[in-house]
Design a protein around this ligand. Sequence first.
Ligand SMILES: Cc1ncc(COP(=O)(O)O)c(C=O)c1O
Length: 396
Amino acid sequence: MSPKEIYMDNNATTPIHPEVKKVMIETMDVFGNPSSLHASGRQARQLVEEAREEVASFIGASPEEIMFAGSGSEANNTVLSAVTCQRKQCAYHQEGVNEIITSTIEHPCVLEASKCLQERGVNVLYLGVDEYGKVSLEQLRDLLTERTGLVSVMMANNEIGTVQDIKGIAEIVHERGAVFHTDAVQAVGKIPVNVRELDVDFLTLSGHKMYGPKGIGALYVKKDAPFCPLIRGGHQERGRRAGTENTLGIIGLGKAIEMRSQEMKSDEKHLLELKAALKKGIEENIPDVLFVGHPTDCLPNTLNVSFEGAEGEAIILYLDLEGIAVSTGSACASGSLDPSHVILAIGLPAECAHGSIRISLGRENTMEEIAYMIDVFPRVIGKIRDMSTVYKRRLQ
Ligand SMILES: Cc1ncc(COP(=O)(O)O)c(C=O)c1O
């Protein structure tokens, strides 16, 4: 029997940190509208601005450069639609700029937003990736032209954990006069991120990937970066995003980030130890496995592994019966039977994509849970492979 439910799907979402929960419960009664001038409005405003300072200082930005959004997806959509604004009357319309560059392994919220821009006449170019999921800086140099308005490349991939050379990419993009956005939803809170050191123009983060609440994200907008709001209306968020602020979500995000600044370093060490033990346990106990992603430039919590002759969905269901929660690909793509676009982009065959699972560890996981996982895993894979005539035939 499993000790309890073992949650190893932290790239899909994380449990709320106890301190975040405490603060959110305590501030549940702060109902004032942060735009109101009376005391209850001012109280809400103060808490929102404290959270903004917390977010800004964690990533090396100024508070005025932080815009709160309804999610990481919304923040990403905002950037993509802003920089290539086709409305001539928009103050940020850049004449002659009608092209964006992104990568083939982005989260669906970037890929779908790019597709939508393409349908509206924007030229969209895609950077391919190597066998580890790294984009090529050479290819980026070749693709950039004076027509390119924006380059958007994620900092860390949600499925395989590969971390890109964001500073190197920003340097090349700026040499050609374009602006650079990075979707850092999976990176912020797991690895150090400093917007000034990386020299990015836009950066996205999301509360529920770092032990904060769902439905709250933030966008770093560098001072003077071209910008055009996605949501129009009131003057909230310095006119960058209309709508009464999600006060409670913002307070929760602020607290989650405060906790990350205290715990990220020790968590990173803990996660690397767990991941190394899990990888070793799989390697030593299960034949015909392939670890996917960069061996070193990788998130400390993410292990993507493909099992020959075993379907990812079957593995998930069998592990679930044993009390272990992992996933295939991204949470948004699970539920679809299409093979992962990330695994296909790195050049692995569709069978590998179908047999791959993502184990994403979190701060609450323990060595005891890893030991349980290593005990259960070979049995589960063996059971599934026993049902695979293709795999059995290959062994004969
Ligand atoms: C890399 C990446 N970008 C963006 C998102 C979307 O964030 P949210 O769930 O806050 O919309 C996710 C969520 O899975 C993600 O992993």
